[in-house]
Design a binder for this molecule. Structure first.
Ligand code: SF4
Length: 72
């Protein structure tokens, strides 16, 4: 698995979950350094551009990503 190419700019990777380091580490391992194409943030950014990724969108929130991408 390769690293996500959005590591340098992604708000989640850099700023989120500072008070939950164990959860952050788990998500980063699973998505940012793993299956990044399944990440909700990656999917929205790839489809609509990074400016359309909500700050609060978590990598595992695929349902919300589906709605954003579909415009529903
Ligand atoms: S949260 Fe998603 S978009 Fe951001 S760096 Fe990790 S895998 Fe990439």
């Amino acid at each position: 698995m390769a690293d996500c190419d959005r590591l340098a700019t992604c708000l989640f990777f850099n700023d989120r979950l500072e008070n939950m380091p164990a959860v952050a580490a788990l998500l980063r391992t699973q998505y940012c350094h793993g299956d990044f194409r399944a990440c909700a943030r990656f999917r929205v950014a790839a489809k609509l551009g990074s400016t359309n990724v909500p700050e609060t969108l978590f990598p595992q929130d695929s349902t919300t990503a589906d709605h954003i991408v579909a415009g529903t």
